[in-house]
Design a protein around this ligand. Sequence first.
Ligand code: BG6
Length: 481
Amino acid sequence: DNYPQKFPADFLWGGATAANQIEGAWKTAGKGLTTAEVVSKAENRKKMSMDQVDQASLAAAIADQTTTNYPKRRGIDFYHHYAADIKLFAEMGFKVFRFSIAWSRIFPNGDDQTANEAGLAFYDRVLDELAKYQIEPLITLSHYEMPLALTQKYNGWADRRVISAFTHYTETVFKRYGKRVKYWLTFNEINTGTWGFHATGAIDQGLTKNEQLQLRYQALHHQLVASALATKQLHQLVPTAQMGCMLARMQTYPATPNPVDVQAAQDADQKNLFFTDVQVRGEYPGFMNRYFAEQGIKITMQPDDQQILSENPVDFVSFSYYMTTVTQAAQDGTAVGNMATGGRNPYLQESAWGWQIDPIGLRITLNEMWDRYQKPLFIVENGLGAVDKLEDGKVHDSYRIDYLRQHIEQMKEAISDGVKLLGYTMWGPIDLISFSTSEMSKRYGFIYVDQDDQGHGSLKRIRKDSFYWYQKVIKSNGEDL
Ligand code: BG6
């Protein structure tokens, strides 16, 4: 049997988080305000509100100095609980922990000349704690937040000057942490910058749809260049480290075998894969050049941009995987849950938030990504957001175990198909503030956190049933599911 039938011995099992969803301590030790901290909780959990930030809501958010309406200001107070939380991750046997650095802890205004030592020291403490248990850090440089001052001064990534502010920040953290961190990611789910503010930091409400697309793709071009420059820096400063890109991969299936639907699905897939295409292959694919021309979008590039992109591809490809969608020619872009657009798939069940659950889709995705790029892959998010019930100090979350088991089984199939997979960091190993709705009650964790949507609770950490299950999965290297 000349093919792998087990997870590789050095497979990186773990979990993933983001600074603005866990840290809290939003004004502690010199930290500046971030774009995530002016987004209020969604009124409707099936509808995402975070890209509706406009000048008026921004001013209201800045005037409001509480954490009540802006849950990402409080997170789960990881800032003060990190040692105990990491100890729990170690108890599960984590080999890797993915987290992000809040740029505004290091540079409160984003473009300050000198770094904030107290901010740098916090991540030193986190890294010390991980080292204690030999947990490999995987750091995201930009996860759905940036210093709000950059929005106010430049309208975020819409302005090219943000690139040099970013590379000053990345150089600082590579120099500081480079020796201790092997795996890095530039922009979380870079493709979702096409949705707006949460990823671009650019306010674009009130613009026409076409003007929004123009602004968002220009901002994304700046991120693609910044990502390539950060990759170059990392390779120069820390030759042993590896840089990855990060895509919210949403495979879409044709609604029928009618070639017009198949072509429409391919088209939707290409728009999703465009970003990794640039970050791996180093140039804009022809289908995007055509799309931009047809939409009247003009991407302004500097003479060196193409060379920067082609000379600095990433070392590995990471992605999040939650769902698949269905595409029909000439569909109206109806929403699937609160995140994706596309059609319903009658063969799939969905989560309480309307996300279509598709474990086999993960095997398909892994195979296609491997075929397309031939670079090591890393699943850096996957998981089930659910309402959990705490009863007698226990959470019986068999639904979460089922979800994860089914996805891990398909990962194993893909490895047997020949896919090179570095690791798996499930999303939200400890309950945290939801990205899309800022709810606390949308829980992903193996560890329950006693806090409600209003921020009430003891913040006590409680092991769920899934905690013991994942411990067993890691211990058996994915054999005992
Ligand atoms: C990804 C993000 O989109 O999905 C995470 O990278 C996010 O930040 C995760 O938390 C799950 O989404 P949500 O909205 O359920 O928190």
